[in-house]
Write a protein that binds this ligand. Structure first.
Ligand code: FNR
Length: 185
């Protein structure tokens, strides 16, 4: 069966540029099966609930556990990771020692309307993923800046350079996943 990738978009905004970039990347990467998870439905992490976790945590952790890899496509808020995405990661990381993210190959894309392309968010996110033992693709990096200029009025990605870049990024991610996926002996 096809390699399954869970997609976590670090923005809840209806017209999110990050979601549009994620959708474009999916369309340009036919070799992988992508599943967008709704991180807005993941309730706030609270350690008091560890012994009796809410149903939304259980469902979210299961979706992550069933994926072969994780793709993060995130906005930058105040030079860091939006709280809603950090919350989803915190929920998925528990119970300690049994976190669903452990060892899953990953890639990070950051998208911003600014010129810096979400560098701060991208690298703060990598700090958490390193701790979670996730092999994160190092190259190519993806800092998509000036996002408002890349789409037509219908929200389609029209910038050819970005399309070419995302095509190469998707191919590299597929290879990265294959390299880091342990096959049964
Ligand atoms: C922003 N934005 C922003 N942009 C940036 O390049 N660096 C930053 O640190 C921030 N900080 C920030 C904080 C908050 C609270 C908001 C709401 C916005 C602007 C951000 O890039 C822009 O809103 C994008 O459109 C967000 O991504 P989505 O929602 O389009 O995917």
């Amino acid at each position: 069966s096809m390699t399954k990738v869970a997609v976590l978009v670090g923005s809840l905004r209806k017209d999110s540029f990050n979601r549009k970039i994620a959708k474009a990347l999916v369309a340009l990467t036919p070799g992988l099966e992508f599943d967008f998870l709704d991180i807005g439905a993941v309730s706030f992490y609270n350690q008091d609930l560890d012994t009796n976790p809410p149903a939304d945590w259980v469902a979210f952790r299961k979706h992550i556990a069933n994926a072969d890899a994780v793709l993060f496509v995130t906005a930058e808020y105040n030079r860091s990771v939006p709280g809603v995405l950090k919350n989803a990661i915190d929920v998925a990381s528990r119970p300690y020692g049994q976190g669903a993210l452990n060892g899953k190959p990953a890639a990070v894309v950051s998208t911003s309307i600014g010129a810096v392309g979400g560098f701060g968010s991208n690298h703060h996110l990598r700090q958490s993923l390193a701790f979670l033992n996730m092999p994160v693709m190092a190259q190519p990096e993806a800092y998509i800046g000036s996002a408002a200029s890349l789409f037509d009025e219908a929200g389609n990605l029209t910038n050819q350079g970005t399309k070419d870049f995302l095509t190469a990024f998707g191919k590299a991610f597929q290879q990265h996943i294959a390299l880091h996926t342990k096959k049964a002996a």
